[in-house]
Design a protein around this ligand. Structure first.
Ligand SMILES: NC(=O)c1ccc[n+]([C@@H]2O[C@H](COP(=O)([O-])OP(=O)(O)OC[C@H]3O[C@@H](n4cnc5c(N)ncnc54)[C@H](OP(=O)(O)O)[C@@H]3O)[C@@H](O)[C@H]2O)c1
Length: 291
């Protein structure tokens, strides 16, 4: 039985996935731009993730751009029936690697077709609209126009499920008036807990919450609290950070990113790490210290 089984499962729409998944962004080159440093290592990471029971992979065609999806296709196509690939649209990349918002009907339609082609799919399982009124954190503004475009593509049969990324509670509510929202992907981890209330609301509604930067992102979490708890439990700090998220709420699905087989194995093993209550209590205060 794969270790990832121990993380339990949760649904994204009508697709049940193991709660420990994989985020593919780190497979592109430096700055999420261009080809990976080690192409064969990228293929090996993806194949080992799936062989270890991962059946939820997060990606986007703007990683690379195109490169990450092409590597996923090369490594895993034809895909197993239980694999759910979640992608996102709403940005394109400049020739200098910059991130440019892309929300017009034409840009969103193009992005969906790019994802289909580069992943080698006829239908995308889940597409997140990545909102960018502020590029780095959720900010208010209506999402009616771009989400309506995606809902049209969903009716045409190109997309099964829709989700939101970098979204506020108000935007989730607005989105639900347009189509079913099956998941929300925002920044959240031990030290960055702005979404506490949103997570609990979504849990009550049976909607998946998928934290990006679960390990802290490009600069992984560093904290003496985390290191001390990890040392006491004979685990690594990154495993404790993931185990805390699994414990935080049942609707949290993990997509830690790595380009390294060693880190992948370490992260997946977090599925089997049960945190004692006193450790959880100590870790709960990390956000206060980081704030
Ligand atoms: N919706 C959005 O706006 C958005 C934004 C960012 C990311 N995402 C998604 O979220 C996923 C996760 O985010 P992320 O990859 O940026 O951040 P992350 O999972 O928090 O952390 C990734 C970083 O941690 C390192 N790392 C991974 N495992 C480690 C370990 N066991 N020990 C030490 N370092 C470790 C990685 O380097 P190595 O490669 O060396 O392991 C990488 O630098 C992405 O892959 C992407 O799919 C979405």
């Amino acid at each position: 039985m794969p270790i990832t089984n121990q993380s339990g499962t949760f649904n994204i729409g009508d697709r049940k996935v193991r709660r420990l998944g994989y985020g593919a962004m780190q497979l592109a080159g430096p700055g999420v731009f261009g080809p990976p440093r080690d192409h064969d290592a990228a293929l090996a990471v993806l194949r080992e993730a799936v062989a270890s029971g991962v059946n939820h992979i997060d990606t986007s065609d703007f990683y690379g751009p195109h490169v990450t999806n092409q590597i996923i296709r090369e490594a895993l196509h034809p895909y197993g029936d239980d694999l759910v690939i979640v992608t996102k649209v709403g940005a394109r990349r400049g020739t200098d690697g910059s991130w440019i918002p892309a929300f017009s009907r034409q840009e969103l339609t193009q992005a969906v077709h790019d994802n289909l082609r580069n992943l080698g799919l006829d239908v995308l399982d889940v597409v997140n609209l990545r909102i960018a009124f502020d590029l780095h954190s959720p900010a208010e503004g209506s999402i009616e126009a771009p989400l309506t475009v995606l809902a049209d593509l969903q009716r045409q049969g190109l997309i099964r499920h829709l989700g939101l990324s970098n979204a506020t509670s108000k935007q989730v509510a607005e989105g639900r008036g347009i189509t079913e929202i099956v998941c929300v992907q925002n920044q959240y981890n031990l030290a960055h807990r702005n979404d506490d209330r949103l997570i609990d609301d979504l849990a009550r509604q049976g909607t998946a919450y998928v934290p990006f930067f679960p390990l802290g992102g490009f600069t992984p979490l560093q904290s003496s609290t985390l290191s001390n708890v990890a040392a006491r439990l004979g685990a690594t700090p990154m495993q404790v950070a993931l185990a805390w998220l699994l414990r935080r709420a049942p609707n949290i699905l993990l997509i830690p990113g790595t380009s390294s087989l060693g880190h992948l194995r370490e992260n997946l093993a977090a599925a089997g790490l049960a945190l004692p209550d006193d450790a959880v209590e100590e870790l709960n205060h990390m956000a206060d210290i980081a704030a």
